[in-house]
Structure formats: C-alpha cells, structure tokens
Design a protein around this ligand. Structure first.
Ligand code: C5P
Length: 303
C-alpha cells in the first residue's frame, strides 16, 4: 500500500513561497564568474510545502504535481538534503547534536523555472529544522549557510518583498510594498540558469535608478516595475521559444504588467484583484491545458 503523505501530516510544517523577480538587472560580473544583479523581488502565497518530524533515522519523502520531475532535474530535493546536512554540521560545530529527521516535500512548483522552487525549499528546510531541533541559529550563520546553498537562498529565508544586490546576498526589505494579484505561467520547459547567463551579450546594464518608491500604492509600483527590466529575458527567449507565446497569452488576459521571472521560463502577469487573476488563469488553462497556470496573491511588505 502506498501512503501519500502531505506536509500537513507532520508535527511541523513550513511554506516555501515562489520567488518572483519583478525586475532583474545584470550590472556586472565577479572574478569567480557569478553575475552582479539588482533585483526587485516579491513572494507568492503559492509555493511548495515542507513537513518535518523526529524519526528513528533520516528520511525524505515527496508528493505533489511536480515531484516526479525532481530526480531528473536534481533540484529541490537535493537542496533540501544539502540544507539539512549543512545545518546539522553547524549545530555539531556549536556543540549541539541534531537528531534524525523525516522531511517531506510537497512539490507544487515547476522545477528549474525561475521562481526559486529549489531555493525556497532549502530556505524552508533551514527554518523548519531550526524550529524542530530548537537550535538557536545565529542570523549571520543562517545567511552564510543559505548562500552556500545558492545565491537566491538568503532572500528565500526572508520571503518578504525586498531589493537584493550583489549576487543576492545584500538584502533591503521593502516594508511598504503592496500585495498584487498575479497569474504565474510556465510552458513546462526547464531552462538552464547557467546557460541563460552564458548567453548574455551585455553584463554592464544600468542598475536600478534608486531610491525606488517608498509607497504602498500599487499603480505607482506598476509604473516603476514597467520602467525596469529583466535582463535575462532576451537570452531566455532565445533558448526557449515558448516564452514569447506564453508572455503574449498572459498579456492578452488584460494583465497590468507581464514579465519573465529569474532565468525563466515562468512568466507572471499582475492584476488588480484575485478574481481577475483567477479568471485569467482559468482562461489560460483552457487555451493551453498542457502548461502550468496558477492564480495567486503576493505577500505584503509588512505581512
Ligand atoms: O546560485 P545558484 O546555484 O542558484 O546559481 C546557479 C548558476 O547560475 C550558477 O552556477 C551560475 O552559473 C549562475 N549564476 C550567476 N550569477 C548569479 C546567480 C547565478 O552567474 N548571480
């Protein structure tokens, strides 16, 4: 008998919200090859979910629409186990023994899709195990572990609207940032992040013109977002033809702004109300039942 587990069956659960790059400017490159970025980031109320409980030995289980893809893409699942191991090592170094644990990942987000699923899972693992183990993890150690797991993991630890610079480690929170209704769309073609970066023809694009607004007015923010760019969108479109079609489809549903997130292929459309986003997601689903569409709202700055 197969028992299908869900995160809610566990003693303790954590959300791993989708990370949305509302804008991403590539402003330079470090000597080690990593790119310097300016990113305007928010997080969705939709994402993966993780469950944690004490166990006689370490265990990992998976459920959710996209769990079958994890083994192939070697993202998400792997990062969860790496996060567990790095945190256990940090605990051990501090003289604290971290007992075995069963971690369950409900994989609701498409894999390798530019919305940080694997990074969000790793961050949720750090948050969840810190709680389960009762290990008092200092904030700077948490950030250092997160950065070792990936450039986007420190911002996923925060999971609040923010501006990130450097490769993603220099974070400034945006407490006034409003919530948006949103449609996420993905053609279920995974796009390789290193390949998108390799295809960049220009790496010294203009940074954000700062300061960005300190306002909670949605229309003002949409104006700001429209003046910004995602510099990874042209190379991602060159690698994945479906992105142009997807973006046009979302725009045709009356989105206030449409853009690709991260290195793609997920695109988002912003809407005034959740009902409009829900209707748009339903219409998009009937146009392309083989693609992924999800209506959601994003998390407010002071939530
Ligand atoms: O840090 P993460 O593992 O998510 O990055 C995946 C790959 O994306 C890196 O190996 C690198 O090739 C590229 N990358 C980059 N500059 C960044 C973030 C990622 O070149 N700021």
């Amino acid at each position: 008998m197969t028992v299908i587990l869900a995160a809610d069956d566990f003693d303790l659960s954590e959300e791993a919200p989708a990370k949305i790059n509302l804008a991403l400017h590539v402003t330079g490159q470090r000597a080690d090859g990593y790119h310097l970025l300016d990113m305007l980031v928010t997080f969705a109320r939709h994402g993966d979910r993780l469950g944690f409980r004490a166990s006689a030995h370490d265990e990992f289980s998976l459920s959710g629409r996209f769990s079958p893809l994890l083994a192939e893409a070697s993202a998400g699942g792997n990062l969860v186990l790496r996060a567990r191991d790095l945190l256990r090592q940090a605990a051990h170094d501090a003289g604290f023994e971290a007992p075995p644990v069963h971690i369950h990942l409900e994989k609701n987000l498409p894999v390798a899709s530019g919305i940080g699923g694997g990074s969000a899972d790793a961050a949720a693992t750090l948050r969840g195990l810190t709680r389960l183990w009762g290990f008092p993890l200092p904030a700077d150690t948490a950030t250092a572990i997160a950065l070792r797991l990936g450039a986007d993991v420190p911002m996923c630890l925060v999971s609040r609207p923010l501006i990130a610079r450097g490769i993603g480690e220099a974070i400034e929170l945006l407490p006034d940032f409003p919530s948006f209704a949103m449609v996420l769309g993905n053609p279920l073609v995974s796009v390789s992040t290193p390949e998108v970066f390799r295809m960049l023809t220009r790496k010294d694009n203009p940074p954000f013109a700062l300061p960005l607004q300190a306002t909670n007015n949605r229309m003002q923010w949409i104006g700001t977002i429209e003046r910004l760019r995602n510099d990874l969108e042209p190379p991602a479109r060159a690698l994945c033809n479906e992105i142009a079609t997807l973006s046009q489809l979302i725009e045709s549903q009356g989105a206030l702004a449409t853009r690709m997130s991260g290195s793609g292929a997920t695109c988002f459309g912003l809407f005034d109300h959740l009902e409009q986003a829900t209707a748009a997601a339903a219409a998009l689903h009937s146009l392309r039942p083989d693609w992924y569409f999800q209506a959601t709202e994003t998390i407010k700055g002071d939530a």
